[in-house]
Write a protein that binds this ligand. Structure first.
Ligand code: NAD
Length: 253
């Protein structure tokens, strides 16, 4: 199906990588359901999206099943069909054990992993008749670890296992399921991380030094990869993990 007849749901679409993904789909002619928990940011983003194409804004929490099922129903009702799901919404709740609370663990896993599960669960019946694509935004943290990030890393590794098994279970319905593992990408999430450090400038210099391409990623770098995996050009790609990190992890960083 050409991109201009398709409907994509993008979670966490109000900022950062999700905003770039929604923009990229709209530019390709797809209609977009932009889902986010941050009502003010979503409102502002949708003003920008409207200049590019057909969009509906849906406020909700990916970790709440009633929000997810209502969002999927509304997308199918108002945009007529669903072809692509991008599970992008994510948070980072850092902390080292044993001080990490059960509530922090539940929040971290609830948004990143349960959110992807819930959206897939409710979208798959809509894809099953005609096929479609799910793209999960994981992280290089699924493969390489950094101190104090056990729960975030576990959530992102869990997304890869979910990707693999959904690809297996729903391939016969023509549904392809893939994951993207971004490295350092210049978004509000990254700004929040830098703000927690004593010397953000020194940290940024260190980050740049481990990037063979000499720069960190832009949200658009991830959006382009998502558009490819969701397109007919990726018709035989399913159950795959695409690292998009400017070769950072090739050297073990
Ligand atoms: N920025 C990076 O360097 C980087 C690297 C690897 C992976 N990622 C992943 O990419 C994804 C997007 O990250 P980003 O950097 O754009 O983050 P961001 O914080 O800039 O944006 C995340 C968006 O998700 C929304 N969101 C958060 N919790 C939500 C919830 N419960 N329900 C609905 N929406 C919610 C936020 O409101 C926000 O609009 C995340 O899954 C993140 O883990 C980011």
């Amino acid at each position: 199906m050409p991109p201009n007849d398709r409907v994509a749901i993008v979670t966490g679409a109000a900022k950062g990588i999700g905003e770039a993904i929604a923009t990229r789909f709209l530019e390709a002619g797809s209609a977009v359901a932009a889902f986010d928990i941050d009502s003010a940011a979503l409102k502002a983003a949708v003003e920008r999206f409207r200049q590019k194409g057909r969009v509906i804004a849906i406020e909700g929490d990916v970790a709440r099943e009633e929000d997810v099922s209502a969002a999927v129903r509304r997308t199918a009702d108002e945009l007529g069909r669903i072809d692509v799901l991008v599970n992008n919404a994510g948070i980072e709740v850092p902390g080292r054990l044993p001080d990490y609370s059960s509530a922090d663990w539940d929040r971290q896993i609830g948004v990143n992993l349960k959110g992807a599960f819930l959206f897939a669960k409710h979208v798959i019946p809509h894809l099953a008749g005609h096929g479609g694509a799910i793209v999960n935004i994981s992280s290089v943290h699924a493969f390489v670890s950094y101190p104090g990030n056990a729960a975030y890393d576990a959530s992102k590794a869990g997304m890869l296992a979910l990707t693999r098994t959904l690809a297996l279970d729903h391939g016969a319905d023509g549904i392809r399921v893939n994951a993207i593992c971004p490295g350092y990408i210049d978004t509000p999430m990254m700004d929040e991380w830098l703000a927690t450090l004593e010397d953000p400038d020194a940290a940024m210099r260190q980050v740049l030094a481990v990037h063979p391409l000499g720069r960190i990623g832009k949200p658009r770098d991830i959006a382009d990869a998502v558009l490819f995996l969701a397109s007919e050009s990726a018709a035989f790609i399913s159950g795959a993990f695409l690292v998009v990190d400017g070769a950072m992890t090739t050297s073990g960083h």
